[in-house]
Design a protein around this ligand. Sequence first.
Ligand SMILES: [Zn+2]
Length: 618
Amino acid sequence: MRTSNWILTGVVLGTLFIGSAGAAAQQAADSQPLPQPPVADATPTAQSSQSAAAAAQPTAPATQPTAQAAQPAPAPQPTADPAPATPAPTTMDQVVSLVVERERGLIKVLSNRTPVVETYLQNLTNDAQLGPVPSEDHYFLGRMDMGETVDRKDYLKNEESKSMQTRLLGGFQKLYKVQYQPTGFSWMVYADRTDFDREHYSFSYVRREFLGEVRCLVFDVAPKKDAGRGRFKGRIWVEDQGFNIVRLNGTYYPPLRNSYFFHMDSWRLNLIPGYWVPAYIYSEEGDFAAGAKNKIAFKAQTRIWGYDLKKGGKDDELTQIRVDSVKDDSPTAQDASPLQAERVWQQQAEDNVVERLTSAGLLAPEGDVDHILQTVVNNLEVTNNIDLPRPVRTRVLLTAPLETFSVGNTIVISRGLIDVLPDEASLAAVLAHELAHIVLGHNLGSQYAFNDRMLFSDDATYQNLGFKHIPEEEQAADKKALDLLKNSPYAQKLDNVGLFLKALQARAGQLGALLTTHLGNPLAEGGQVTRLSALSTQGPALDNNKLDQIAALPLGGRVKINPWDDKAEIVKTAPVAITSARDKMPFEVTPFFPRLTRYGTTAPAAPATTASNSNPGN
Ligand SMILES: [Zn+2]
């Protein structure tokens, strides 16, 4: 079976570009047992869903600040909705009441969750040819307590987190205490955590609109006079079956004294029955058009995942028991030989690390994307006659910074790196480097076979785990990787790898945060790309004017994470034609436009949760 797999390379290529792999994942998702809906909410019970849909046809004029009663109009029979049924509203006033109630319900349901929050921010400067391009970047990663405090624990305990306000904003800092901190981004998950109601806000119906497959009612929301500072001002999209907010777009107003709020576009996904949970937030500030004098200009992506993370739950115990109870039935069962013992030890360390990173919300569970990665690794192995005592596994690190590392026989590659790689050959090249470490026996991490080393709080992961090789091993791995690639189906496509490395080099000086690794060796150091440098001169020169030359992709185009269960899948989007050099946006962040679907229809991935999960904490 292995000997014929290299033929698959074309198939994998197709998968990466057209994204046909999603179907299998979806099937798997559909076959999952449905979880019980969370029970914390006190939504009143059902009435006819027909009249609910009817009421969703508001006739109030768009300019009316407070909506009046709308005549129920005939509406098509809605499809079954797994959301808790709501009393059928007959007036826009009632719709608003439901929206307010559902928002309170969401806040309550999520109040014991501590999801992972990642914000990646690029400051912008104008380039004559490329338009706004990153001038520097910043990265935050932490766990957000969705309880009353909306408190946050940072995974990165470096200077960046502490003193970024002062370092970052220069003159601007003197004018405002800009809310440029991680908490500023975490805040934007709700319109108003405490006072989202009609006493503090006026709601004005605008129109109906589809977001993806979901029909929404659109409202403009403004704080009432004397409602206090820092109130939400903007627009909300409310799905018309359960009346949950699915998107918020606006800012907070008026600013708190000496502070400043970002504009944000905040999206939610229907990942559990009846609730739409915050998943993506795009922020952008300042004028970065040509000639703008604005000093502060940035765009930022915030992603939230790991809602279902828990700490030492019963599920974990069951897994342990199952693994431990596998019986060794080999006829000559006896003590392991020294070499066997060494290998088992390595395996134990590897399993410990994979498990610990997964429970910290940093590693996706095994899934669809791994199959693609494993096929590429297999292509390299088969054509190089590599036969290892244990199979090489691959896993996806959920974070944006571009990094790979390996522990035992598991190769880990970050979501951000998969996103920006332009083609399968480039993916093969970064995987080849890690495969080379494995082949060369550069084993790391055997100390993690001791279980006490796994006992640390999630936010201390980066202080407790690390897989960096010494420079000599890095060079040896690069050399070996080149050999592997030259014998592989990718041998003829190494020009593309060279091009990617050139694109990376062109931005390396500005993207220090994206290139700062947290577990493995960096691809670049001090603004200089070091990984696979022998290939960096190969291939054509980087040329922005060549529209068919795609050296690196923007972030977020390849891998999609299910924020509830952390499963990774390949995004299925049709390629969009590039019409100018500005469309290339290598390594850049862009706004989010997820295609919204209702839970249980064409679910983006399989949620699996119950309300009984203990508080993940950390
Ligand atoms: Zn390495």
